[in-house]
Design a protein around this ligand. Structure first.
Ligand code: GLU
Length: 193
């Protein structure tokens, strides 16, 4: 089981997310990563290794922005590597997804998406989620609708954190037969598992 942290509010998202991941590091430690949205751009950093590897990188190249998701991975599908680390993003770099758990039907979804022209970078089960969201966004342009349609296709126990560059006022958390804690604050919200 991995560690997941999400934050939206008026504080620096990187600090809150990395702090949260530190507390959850015992949950997943083969790689870690963070995605934030700043100035209309999705920023992504992810690395194989302990959280300290990510922290060292962020010292040199910090993320700005008030919305972010972070992940410490415990690999189930695909070896620990930079590319298999979470968050996973779509080709146009607008959607980022973190995931705890296993997508049991990922093989059939992957085959369907490859037929449609999607290119996979990682060996994870998680990557199907971000491409499915991208697929449904083409029709609706609405992240909530696209996520709802996506999760209807997924089988397995999972928790997800999702951000979308074009709707930076929204952070999405999803769970199915997996724990997920949501913290509702004044002008800021959090989630973690
Ligand atoms: N199944 C996903 C992976 O292998 C998530 C693993 C986790 O929960 O950390 O990347």
């Amino acid at each position: 089981m991995c560690g997941i942290v999400g934050y939206i509010g008026n504080q620096n998202a990187q600090d809150i997310v990395v702090n949260g991941l530190e507390k959850l590091e015992y949950r997943g430690y083969d790689s870690s990563g963070i995605a934030t949205i700043s100035n209309g751009k999705l920023e992504l950093s992810k690395f194989k290794g302990r959280l300290s590897v990510l922290k060292e990188h962020l010292k040199k190249q910090p993320h700005t922005g008030f919305i972010g998701i972070g992940h410490t991975r415990w690999a189930t599908h695909g070896e620990p590597s930079d590319v298999n680390s979470h968050p996973h993003i779509n080709e146009s770099e607008s959607v980022a997804v973190i995931h705890n758990g296993i997508i049991e039907n990922y093989r059939s979804l992957k085959a369907e998406l490859i037929k449609e022209g999607y290119k996979f970078k990682s060996q994870t089960d998680t990557e199907v989620i971000v491409h499915l969201i991208d697929h449904y966004l083409k029709d609706s342009k609405d992240i909530m609708k696209a996520v709802n349609l996506t999760v209807k296709r997924l089988r397995g126990a999972y928790a997800l954190g999702i951000i979308y560059k074009n709707e930076p006022d929204k952070i999405i958390a999803v769970r199915n037969e997996s724990p997920l804690v949501v913290g509702i604050g004044k002008g800021e919200n959090f989630f973690c598992i």
